[in-house]
Design a protein around this ligand. Sequence first.
Ligand code: NAP
Length: 251
Amino acid sequence: MDIAGKSVLITGASRGIGAATARIFAEAGARLVLMARSRDALDDLARDLGAVAHAGNVAEFADMAGAVELAQDAYGGLDVLIGNAGVITPMGPLATSDPSEWARAININLTGVYNGMRAAIPVMQAAGRGTILTVSSGAAHRPVDGWSAYCASKAGAAMLTASADLEGRDHGLRVMGLSPGTVATDMQRDVKDSGISPVSRLDWSEHIPADWPARALLWMCGPQADAHLGTEISLRDPAMRQAIGLGNPRD
Ligand SMILES: NC(=O)c1ccc[n+]([C@@H]2O[C@H](COP(=O)([O-])OP(=O)(O)OC[C@H]3O[C@@H](n4cnc5c(N)ncnc54)[C@H](OP(=O)(O)O)[C@@H]3O)[C@@H](O)[C@H]2O)c1
């Protein structure tokens, strides 16, 4: 797919991977709806990129549905949904975790991805096409000490992504996940500051820049990624980085 002129909704677009993705997609000519809770950051970026912004919480279905409606009103439809919004907190032992904080992470990282799919899929199926990309994590597939909420929510989102592919492929949907590895964003800053988990002890130079997953997500919108439908692409895989045209982490 040539992304120029296509309607793309990005959640978690106020900073980090989501904001980098907005910039890369805007450069490629996409028409963007940006969503996150921080209205000022979102409005500033939308102004820079000629995008429209929808301030809201992915954990609230009405907010997600409003973002999809905005794409329809502004651009006449929705071609691509990127479910990127996520939180790393709470971090710490499961045994002493705060139940409401734990549930909040599930509501954002898992139910938030569901809400996006639930709002977008009927619109895409009616059009007979659409691409849904979920930003996943290696933590979806292995436990990380002190990250039970994050790991469990990302594992759920990975299964949801596979489920959406299973149910949607025959309706023209392209659905897959991206596991970026560790990325130099505020989320990794929070991980480092926590001192919790082996990830907090990684040297900052080991993290890839946010425009790498952004460029991977753009690549995933094209037919070259079709072999990966229903699965996750990992940027830790050197062959995948080469296919996408990304260098090595320390380049
Ligand atoms: N950084 C990494 O090393 C890494 C590795 C693997 C996977 N990931 C995944 O990549 C995605 C982006 O992470 P990042 O590193 O860019 O983190 P980040 O810099 O902390 O940005 C997170 C984004 O999600 C938004 N967000 C959080 N909760 C939200 C909610 N309830 N509703 C709407 N938006 C919400 C934030 O905006 P507001 O606060 O304005 O709402 C922000 O735009 C996440 O899904 C994360 O799990 C990151």
